[in-house]
Design a protein around this ligand. Structure first.
Ligand code: DLZ
Length: 154
């Protein structure tokens, strides 16, 4: 069950972007730390991790587009937490972000890792952003693997 990664050393220069939201910062913060720590543990230098903060998840696609256009990143990880409220707002934002990020990576040929949690409540957000159930470290490894794949094909 779950995902395994090839035992691959980062012996080439990779630049990876991490875009993260201020909305639900108490849950996004730990995911951000896991992603950054995992990138560093796998050989990325501080200067090669490009950071950008945005207000909410809805801003992730445009921020990713701007970052890809200006920073020459090999892959981007987008981090956010959407928590279902009483209206349908959540559904609109979740599908706009999901579709926006997928369209963007296919258009730009720059891998964009989907690190956006869609949660029914704060309890679930806490469980998925902290501890054993968090996938944030895997998102960093996915970004490295996809950045290397992109480099090998360009
Ligand atoms: C408006 C809104 C709501 C209701 N919920 C969330 C959320 O759970 N997570 C999140 O990242 N952002 C939320 N936002 C803000 C939108 O993503 C966006 O920032 C605003 O609609 C402005 O475009």
């Amino acid at each position: 069950m779950g995902l395994t990664f090839p035992d691959r050393k980062v012996d080439e220069k990779l630049r990876i972007g991490v875009i993260y939201t201020r909305w639900n910062a108490e849950f996004v913060g730990p995911m951000f730390k896991d992603v950054k720590d995992t990138l560093s543990d796998n050989g990325l230098k501080e200067d090669d991790i490009v950071l950008m903060q945005v207000p909410g998840a809805y801003e992730l696609p445009i921020a990713a587009r701007l970052m890809c256009a200006s920073q020459k990143v090999d892959a981007v990880v987008c981090l956010g937490v959407l928590i279902k409220g009483e209206t349908d707002h959540y559904e609109y934002i979740a599908s706009a972000v999901t579709n926006g990020l997928m369209d963007l990576q296919l258009t730009l040929s720059t891998p964009i890792v989907f690190g956006v949690l869609t949660c029914r409540d704060e309890e679930q957000a806490k469980a998925r952003s902290l501890g054993d159930k968090s996938h944030a470290g895997d998102w960093a490894l996915t970004a490295i693997e996809m950045a290397q794949l992109r480099k090998s094909q360009m």
